[in-house]
Design a protein around this ligand. Structure first.
Ligand code: HEM
Length: 152
């Protein structure tokens, strides 16, 4: 596969993951908190995350496959910059945080919504929100490092 195709797939995956978190955090969540009561809000956000997380999982797979593909193609031509190591390092941390969200607070949110345990659901959602904000900040930094790294 050519570098051009790998870069395009890499960028699309980064865009879907980071852009999705930006939208969820800065637009969807505050509006849902303003206009919906806990049962509707938690049910809505649980459904939103169920669908969004499928795309996040696919994006993570694509990011790592294309990232290592780029490393193997570019590594032959030029020494890889420190920005690539930084990107890989932060991406691993982001993937661990996502794995934790998926396995713990998201699982609790799904169970709470199914059992109509709204206070428990709100607690789990609060955790997801804080962790997703961390990943959003890391994701934005990674985009800056990835896009600007070779020119710094
Ligand atoms: C959240 C995760 C990641 C984000 C947001 C991200 C973002 C980016 C961006 C914006 C670029 C610039 C593309 C361009 O030149 O137009 C890039 C390039 C690149 N990424 Fe990532 N990336 C991520 C994960 C990874 C991982 C896991 C690897 C390695 C396994 C990787 C390896 C690379 C390489 C080798 C390049 C090309 C660098 C260069 O042109 O100097 N990335 N990435």
């Amino acid at each position: 596969m050519s570098i051009a195709i790998l870069i395009v797939l890499h960028l699309l995956a980064a865009l879907i993951w980071v852009g999705g978190m930006f939208f969820a955090h800065s637009a969807l969540r505050p509006t849902a908190a303003e206009v919906l009561q806990p049962p509707e809000r938690l049910t809505l956000l649980c459904g939103v995350f169920k669908r969004f997380f499928i795309w996040v999982k696919a994006s993570i797979v694509v990011l790592f496959l294309t990232g290592f593909g780029l490393i193997s193609l570019m590594g032959a031509q030029a020494k890889l910059g420190g920005h690539v190591h930084a990107m890989l390092f932060i991406a691993v941390i982001m993937t661990i945080i996502f794995g934790y969200i998926y396995a713990s607070p998201f699982k609790k949110l799904k169970a709470a919504v199914a059992d109509k345990q709204w206070p428990l659901g709100a607690q789990a959602l609060g955790k997801i929100r804080a962790l997703m904000l961390t990943n959003l900040v890391l994701g934005l930094i990674t985009v800056a490092i990835g896009a600007g790294g070779r020119y710094f």
